[in-house]
Design a protein around this ligand. Sequence first.
Ligand code: UDP
Length: 314
Amino acid sequence: MYKYTAVVTGGAGFLGSHLCDKLLAEGLRVICVDNLLTGNVNNIAHLAGNENFSFMKHDITNYIFIPGRIDYILHFASPASPIDYLKLPIQTLKVGSLGTHKVLGLAKEKKARVLIASTSEVYGDPTVHPQTEDYWGNVNPIGPRGVYDEAKRFGEAITMAYHRYHGLETRIVRIFNTYGPRMRLDDGRALPAFVGQALRGEDITVFGDGSQTRSFCYVSDLVDGIYKLLLSNESDPVNIGNPDEITIKEFAEEVIRITGTKSKIIYKDLPEDDPKVRQPNIEKARRILGWEPKVNRADGLKITIDFFKKTAVI
Ligand code: UDP
């Protein structure tokens, strides 16, 4: 029998579904809320029949009623890849603002602890490197990424307001680039794009000259860090990510090597406001959560490539 109940918004998405798995494995009851805009029931199909799991198809920007006691709410609903939020700009703004407001209202009503998924995008195209939590960022509010970045920044602001004004127990995780099984092959991100191209034997499209950097975290590490943060006492934002930084060109070469493809790299225009560098400083997570990532990129990539080979129509 479960002791605690958690609500996961965006629970049918890539990260949300892994979080549902983690919370169930820790013995919680999980209510997954998702409007399936970018999420997919395939991600939670294996949980059908689990008596501690239930699914509500609901758009969290609208009023939500859930009967009974709720102990934790984890707000992971949002389009989250550059292609998705370019296609869904209004929904992205609404879920980060109105959706976060609904989540906080529900948490206040239920006296639940709430954890909000924020992002390294709050740092924008950063002038501080690696990014520490006390850096306020360099965001273009009216550029194509503004709809995501500003919605997430507003989400942090309203979460801190509920914490300070209503005394709500709140947690904010700033998530850096994460990968693993259940990513969508068509979400436009570098990893699924490169792997899909490599497996089809097509050219690998590197944007710009490929000198921009990212730091990729395997999903099980991320979920472990988030769970530790949920149970901690820290109400200020905490970076969770893998500090192993790589240029996008080197990353494309790594995908070519691991897949054994004959694909060649070609270069395309760099999207507007594409951050030049990104690497989390995770000293705070190490210090207060005793957390650091364990899975190296070669191992994580192999698992992820196998997932795409098995499940995706390449
Ligand atoms: N990128 C690329 N080719 C692609 C897709 C992405 O070179 O087909 C680049 C993109 O411009 C960015 C990096 O890879 O510099 C990571 O992009 P992603 O969309 O994965 O996430 P971001 O960190 O930009 O949100």
